[in-house]
Write a protein that binds this ligand. Structure first.
Ligand code: NAD
Ligand code: APR
Length: 230
């Protein structure tokens, strides 16, 4: 029975060197989101989109999990079966830090998907538009990423565990993209306690029962230490 549901965003990976999206210098200040993170952009220029995610995949492979990722893995080990991470991140830093109960609602940059038959597989480091699908052979491969306007993965499971939890924690997310940005309100309506751990107040900070601000590598381990009784 999941007791703690933890939503993470780009901010938890920032100190591992992976850029966020809307901070100063964030990805959406350097790339046009509509060109590289929408189905329309992929239809227009698949090579550009693969180039963008090839760079994301390389960066993610070279990144190292930080103390915040390690603290969440420690929490899961200390509370077997009671912790669920729902991440908006497409990197695998939670898994590489040791977390097992992780759902990637925006997909994973390390996986590929066939735009023709829907098959998914582990992506090579460099993907090209006409790479053949291993199942149907169609030259229609895309990154297994959920783009703007597409529906996230795991939503039914997420709503279920969120409403039955004791605590909902949001870490390193600006609260600017839905449906993740509405999780705190849904949790609160179900009587779940809510906590924001972020570098600075998010757009939804006022919806949380409690908020602590600072670098994730500091405030997440401190929160886990406190929760586990030192
Ligand atoms: P939305 O309206 O929920 O969110 C769009 C947000 O993106 C806005 O709040 C704004 O902050 C930002 N945004 C939009 N255009 C931008 C631009 N040109 N530059 C910088 N920021 C910009 O978006 P939506 O279309 O309803 O998409 C929500 C769905 O898409 C959800 O299912 C979500 O899971 C998915 N999604 C996936 C990704 C991804 O890259 N994996 C990105 C965003 C959303
Ligand atoms: N520690 C904690 N929080 C941090 C840190 C840090 N070291 N650095 C940045 N942050 C916070 C910022 O204050 C900001 O609130 O992380 C948040 C990053 O916000 P965004 O860049 O909007 O990233 P995110 O919330 O994950 O975006 C949601 O939008 O474009 C899509 O798919 C993309 O999953 C992403 C979604």
């Amino acid at each position: 029975m999941t007791k703690i549901v933890i939503l993470t965003g780009a901010g938890i990976s920032a100190e591992s060197g992976l850029g966020t999206f809307r901070d100063v210098g964030g990805l959406w200040t350097r790339y046009d989101l509509s060109e590289v993170a929408t189905p329309e952009g992929f239809a227009r220029d698949p090579a550009l989109v693969h180039e963008f995610y090839n760079a994301r995949r390389k960066n993610a492979a070279e990144a190292i999990p930080n103390a915040a990722h390690a603290a969440l893995a420690r929490l899961e080990r200390a509370m077997p079966g009671a912790v669920r991470i729902v991440t908006q991140n497409i990197d695998d830093l939670h898994e590489r830090a040791g977390s097992r109960a992780v759902w990637h609602m925006h997909g994973q940059v390390g996986r590929a998907r066939c735009a023709a038959c829907g098959e998914t597989w582990a992506a090579p480091m460099v993907m090209r538009p006409d790479d053949p699908c291993p199942a149907c052979r169609a030259p229609a491969t895309r990154p297994d990423i959920v783009w703007f306007g597409e529906f996230p993965y795991h939503m039914d499971e997420i709503w279920e565990v969120l409403r039955a939890a004791d605590l909902f924690v949001a870490i390193g997310t600006s609260g600017s993209v839905y449906p993740a940005a509405a999780f705190v309100q849904d949790a609160a309506r179900a009587g779940v306690r809510t906590l924001e751990l972020n570098l600075e107040p998010s757009e939804t900070v006022n919806d949380f029962d409690e908020a602590r601000h600072g670098p994730a590598s500091e405030i997440v381990p401190a929160w886990v230490e406190e929760l586990l009784g030192g």
